[in-house]
Ligand binder design. Structure first.
Ligand code: UGA
Length: 481
């Protein structure tokens, strides 16, 4: 059985590679010939943990090929549509790529063909897609449409594919899902050799959720919008914590213990980014508007998110007084760790703002430098966090990469001009920063002042003394507030 995946982006390439990994023969297509050549030469168009080895293993085993769309759809029994749906000027999703694929399927596919809509699309797209397929279908084609929204996250996409919470299927006839259920069989049964975990402890079988197509499409947009709302909510709570002298990490912990709320996605910061949440929230608002429903709640989610960067720049300016001419290091460019994706990344907005204010910016990211360079060539990009921090008057942490948590504080202290950290992701160890003489400002928590004693003395002192000193410092700041 030939399975084809149209679109070799984050979702398409991951889906194709993982389907091949569980034993299917997969043809992955893209209309970008350069991307296809890159993939055929064994290189990846983006960074995603584990993806390269899975692609390489399955190409060698002859289970994964890269072709153009026409070749891929010809003779395919199941076709996953994974092409991009970028935002139009008015916030609606641009469905032209989806429509083009439908036309190619109609013209080229033959016999029975299950068309699986995986791209994130507005509700009722499935119905349009079905009409489009019928319109262009040749006589030999018997087509069935299934909506199968994708929930994988960049940076943990492979893990998410192998261990999903649920697989959602939107169908008109339940029998249409039989083939798809067989395709996902090893995932549903959790009986595959896991390429991520050596001793795979997940094992929990995902739920198989069958709905109508409209509901399946809504599940995707509603899920992303809800998660975005959770982030904006905790960001507002963080602002309130700062205003009244509370600690958002404690508030979030207390809230998250309620299973009705849950602790995930309650990390405050400089806002959500990436190619999903910002565009999906916008598109969802437009969908609701067109359907005559006032979803202004989500407009506020967007507004709160847009203000995060401004708020952060205000924090920087409060600490530095004047930004113009100041040397500032920015750690992290990707919209989240473990990816090189900078689309709608808060770091890009922040860098633009700092440059506008006249700062002299040096930036570092473990993976995203090349992609950031393409959109912001005027920044000085560095090869390490220390190089970026050289002579800096402030270090701004924008993406919570593990590398930053493992920072050598002494080395960092030795290179900066002024020991000031503004942590936009609450990711560094505040006490370690203080012990090494840094003034540490984060989101929704009291600032931690630099410990006046030399770090070497504190290193020799028992751990509880260090903690006591930091506690005194913290109490000092809290009472000053
Ligand atoms: C998101 C969803 O989580 C996936 O389920 C979905 O499949 C995907 O969009 C998509 O539609 O394709 P992704 O954009 O890869 O996945 O990343 P997330 O981990 O959801 O993070 C999104 C943004 O929210 C990031 O900028 C992250 O830093 C931010 N975030 C996340 C917070 O600011 N706080 C949090 O507590 C969590």
């Amino acid at each position: 059985m030939k399975i084809s995946v149209i679109g070799a982006g984050y979702v398409g390439l991951t889906t194709a590679a993982c389907l091949a990994e569980i034993g299917h023969t997969v043809c992955c297509a893209d209309n970008d010939e350069r991307k296809l050549d890159l993939l055929r030469s064994g290189q990846m168009p983006f960074f995603e943990p584990h993806l390269e080895e899975i692609v390489s293993r399955n190409r060698s085993a002859g289970r994964l090929q890269f072709e153009n769309t026409e070749t891929a759809v010809t003779g395919a029994v199941a076709i996953f549509i994974c092409v991009g749906t970028p935002p139009l000027e008015n916030g609606e999703a641009d469905l032209s790529a989806v429509a083009n694929v439908a036309r190619t399927i109609g013209q080229r596919a033959t016999g029975y063909c299950l068309v699986i809509e995986k791209s994130t699309v507005p509700v009722q797209t499935g119905q349009q897609l079905k009409r489009q397929l019928q319109l262009y279908a040749n006589k030999e084609l018997r087509c069935e449409l299934v909506s199968n929204p994708e929930f994988l996250r960049e940076g943990s996409a492979i893990e998410d594919f192998f261990h999903p919470d649920r697989i959602v299927i939107g169908v008109e006839r339940e029998e249409a899902a039989t083939l798809l259920r067989a395709i996902y069989g090893p995932i549903l049964e959790q009986n595959f050799q896991c390429p991520v975990h050596t001793a795979c402890s997940f094992g929990k079988k995902p739920a198989w959720v069958v709905t109508d197509t409209n509901s399946a499409e809504l599940i995707k947009h509603a899920s992303n919008s809800f998660l975005a709302m959770k982030i904006s909510f905790i960001n507002m709570v963080a602002d309130l914590c700062e205003a009244v002298g509370a600690d958002v990490s404690k508030v979030a912990m207390g809230m998250g213990m309620d299973p009705r709320i849950g602790s995930a996605f309650l990390n405050p910061g400089i806002g959500f980014g990436g190619f999903c949440f910002p565009k999906d929230v916008q598109a969802f608002v437009r969908i609701a508007e067109k359907a005559g429903c006032d979803f202004s709640l989500l407009r506020e989610v967007e507004n709160v998110n847009k203000r995060r960067i401004e708020n952060f720049v205000e924090k920087v300016s409060k600490e530095l007084w004047v930004i113009r001419g100041r040397k500032i290091a920015v750690w992290g460019l990707a919209f989240k760790p473990n990816t090189d994706d900078v689309r709608f990344a808060p770091a890009i907005g922040l860098l633009r703002s700092l440059i506008r204010e006249g700062a002299e910016v040096s930036a570092y990211d473990p993976q995203a430098t090349e992609k950031a360079k393409a959109v912001l060539p005027e920044v000085r990009y560095c090869a390490s966090p220390y190089e970026a921090a050289q002579d800096a008057e402030a270090v701004l942490v924008v993406t919570e990469w593990e590398e930053f948590r493992q920072i050598d504080w002494q080395r960092l202290r030795g290179v900066v001009d002024r020991p000031l950290i503004l942590d936009g992701r609450n990711t560094l160890d505040a006490q370690a920063a203080s012990r090494h003489g840094f003034h540490y400002v984060s989101i929704g928590r009291p600032a931690v002042v630099a410990d006046p004693r030399p770090a070497s003395d504190l290193e020799r002192a028992p751990a509880n003394v260090g903690k006591a000193v930091s506690k005194i410092a913290l109490e000092g700041v809290t009472s000053a507030l």
